[in-house]
Design a protein around this ligand. Structure first.
Ligand code: G3P
Length: 214
């Protein structure tokens, strides 16, 4: 399973990219706003750090506007993946951009049948939002299993990009199901890395090493 970082914070991206853990980046307008930079400034910076798909989301909501904006975003760098909302216009724009060999990520997916539509529109990635379904008392991860089954039934090439990830358990479940990609906030990637037994075991080894030198 590929791991993307779900952030526009270039310090966090540099930190985890240096560990070789980052296969790509996803951003959205909320994450861009948190970076205190414009999309046009931060996306090229991210492309300089990570050599993998970098999702940049359109603001337009009509097909023509999304296609024009998407083409402009795609010109920034060969790795830019145009993120489009899962609306009728978004799917039409996805079809248009796919036909022009622009990589796409259809976002705000909350149901397996929506993912089916994104795949039929030629999306490179579809982003089901797990945590936001959990917030409503549903089990978000259930839709990942369903989407996996549907895509495998028909051999769709669209990659399942698990988004709105809130915990290491989400990542474990996504990997067990066989999702293609999980996009993870830096905080959750930090949690994946840590285990108290790793820390205490290392401390013990170092202490024993010091004693052996006496
Ligand atoms: O990639 C989309 C994702 O960032 C949404 O996450 O936590 O805002 O639901 P969240």
């Amino acid at each position: 399973m590929k791991l993307f970082l779900d952030t526009a914070d270039t310090n966090e991206i540099r930190k985890y990219a240096a560990m070789g853990l980052v296969d790509g980046i996803t951003t959205n307008p909320s994450l861009i706003a948190q970076s205190n930079k414009t999309r046009e400034k931060v996306i090229p910076e991210i492309c300089d750090i990570v050599d993998g798909p970098i999702s940049a989301e359109v603001i337009s909501t009509d097909r023509k506007g999304m296609v024009e904006e998407g083409l402009r975003l795609a010109e920034i760098h060969r790795n830019v993946t145009v993120k489009l909302p899962l609306t009728g216009d978004g799917l039409a724009a996805c079809r248009d951009l796919s036909r022009q060999n622009v990589k796409t990520n259809v976002t705000l997916c909350f149901a397996p049948v929506q993912a089916l539509l994104a795949a039929k529109a030629g999306a490179t990635f579809v982003s089901p939002f797990i945590g936001r379904l959990d917030d409503l008392g549903e089990t978000g991860m259930d839709i990942i299993s369903d989407i996996r089954d549907i895509f495998d039934n028909y051999g769709f090439a669209t990659e399942i990009l698990v988004a709105s990830v809130r915990s290491p358990n989400h990542v474990r479940a996504a990997a067990k199901i066989g999702a293609d990609v999980c996009t993870i906030p830096p905080k959750v990637l930090g949690q994946l890395l840590k285990h108290p037994l790793t820390d205490s075991g290392l401390a013990q080894f170092l202490a024993d090493h010091e004693r052996a030198k006496l």
